[in-house]
Design a protein around this ligand. Structure first.
Ligand code: FMN
Length: 398
């Protein structure tokens, strides 16, 4: 681990929150900015077709590149997905008024997406992929878009040829999730292919896949020493404080009460986004998310009161929070990953089966027994099945 400090000190490595469809909405991005401050974030893909979205893009999709630009601690890269440069141009051009480039998804493995020749479906036929990129270059101009892709459709053997195509293009950056479409989320990302990309591309390469703690980042940097940026996806769901761990090279500890307060803030942020997005925008513009709370209980408490006062007109204790079903489902989704970093007691399925936020909070407190006890956020490999889809029951991410 000391190698990481000496070498790149996290040197100038920029740490980003990976795009995760169904997870990293505006509320989640803001929450991560106060847990551990990623340098940048990417929106989940916005699916673009001939008819969609036609009139306008939802105002919360990439608010941080327009209205909220000066009030977040992270830079936002909007991501689009489609198979037609013409359709993508229609949505990319207005976004390019607020950002220097848009990212184009060439990695999503979902059968529906692949079936429509978008996402990783674009990698299936290399001549199609090449002319797709040429079409984007023609329509958007040089350097105005970036690519996020997998390292092949069926096999990694396809990668050298794919890389040859991409490296000749004048793009803003390449993010490589070094698994094939066929791999989905199983196995381990092939970090040596990310290294190969850094050696071949005249533009920045962003590494993606299986960076889950300081130790794995150090290993990754040994294999891909020329990398400048990485993004963290599932590792951030297991440990929302991961960006601090990666910067300080030290595992994060948090008290149970602080953890609960942070989850309460997450819940209220989801409610605000769903019910009062303009009020949420106003809070962002007031600078509320510019200071990170990290593991400081007082800061989380202050943030929590501000959020509830804004939503309910008064401060409401977490035990009385009444959440919409969708917001509570989001909280449980985070918890489903986070619990695996806290040790076996927290894997107690009763917590996930609760039907209200107050019961959820009570079950966590019952499990912890003492609310002031310190919890170490640690990778426990025995729970990796939650993320790989390998033993899953249809809950595989898209
Ligand atoms: C639930 C989920 C949703 C995802 N959605 C997107 C997406 O919208 N766009 C994208 O480019 N990648 C998406 N990904 C892929 C991640 O950005 C990332 O490349 C991948 O998970 C590997 O990194 P990790 O091991 O740090 O999670 C998603 C991954 C997950 C787990």
């Amino acid at each position: 681990m000391s190698e990481l400090k000496n070498k790149k000190n996290q040197r100038d490595i920029q740490l980003g929150l990976a795009p995760m469809e169904g997870v990293t909405c505006l509320a989640t991005r803001l929450w991560f900015s106060v847990t551990s401050t990623p340098d940048f974030a990417m929106t989940p893909f916005l699916r673009v077709t001939r008819d969609y979205p036609w009139k306008r893009v939802a105002s919360t999709y990439a608010a941080e590149i327009f209205d909220l630009k000066d009030f977040t601690s992270y830079r936002l890269i909007p991501q689009l997905m489609g198979n037609s440069p013409e359709d993508l141009e229609r949505i990319a051009l207005p976004l390019l008024q607020g950002t220097s480039f848009v990212d184009v998804n060439c990695g999503c493995p979902s059968p529906k997406v692949v079936g429509s020749h978008a996402g990783s479906g674009l990698l299936e036929k290399q001549d199609v992929f090449e002319s797709f990129l040429e079409g984007l270059e023609e329509r958007l101009g040089h350097g105005q878009f970036s690519i996020k892709m997998r390292s092949g459709f069926l096999s990694h053997e396809e990668f050298p040829q794919l890389l040859k195509i991409v490296s000749k293009k004048n793009i803003a950056q390449l993010t490589l999730h070094a698994r094939t479409r066929k791999d989905r989320y199983t196995g381990h990302a092939k970090w040596d292919l990310i290294d190969l990309a850094t050696l071949s591309c005249p533009f920045p390469v962003v590494g993606s896949g299986d960076i889950i703690n300081a130790e794995s980042l150090a290993q990754f940097l040994r294999i891909a020493p020329k990398i400048d940026k990485v993004i963290i996806g599932r590792g951030a769901l297991r440990n929302p404080w991961i960006f601090n761990e990666l910067r300080s090279n030290k595992a994060v500890e948090i008290t149970v009460s602080t953890l609960l307060l942070s989850l309460s803030c997450y819940a209220v942020l989801q409610e605000l986004l769903a019910r009062e997005p303009l009020k949420l925008f106003a809070l962002v513009k007031a600078g509320l998310f510019l200071e990170a709370c990290e593991t400081d209980e007082n800061k989380w408490e202050k943030l929590y009161h501000k959020l509830t006062e804004t939503l309910y007109g008064q401060s409401v204790p977490p035990s009385s929070l009444q959440l919409d079903r969708a917001s509570f489902a989001r909280v449980k989704m985070i918890w489903n990953s986070l619990r695996s970093s806290l040790g076996s007691a927290f894997m107690n399925p009763l917590i996930l089966r609760t039907s209200s936020f107050s019961d959820f909070e009570k079950e966590i407190l019952n499990t912890a027994k003492v609310s002031s006890s310190q919890l170490l956020l640690n990778h426990n490999p025995q729970y990796d099945w939650i993320y790989s889809g390998a033993k899953s029951n249809g809950n595989e991410p898209t």
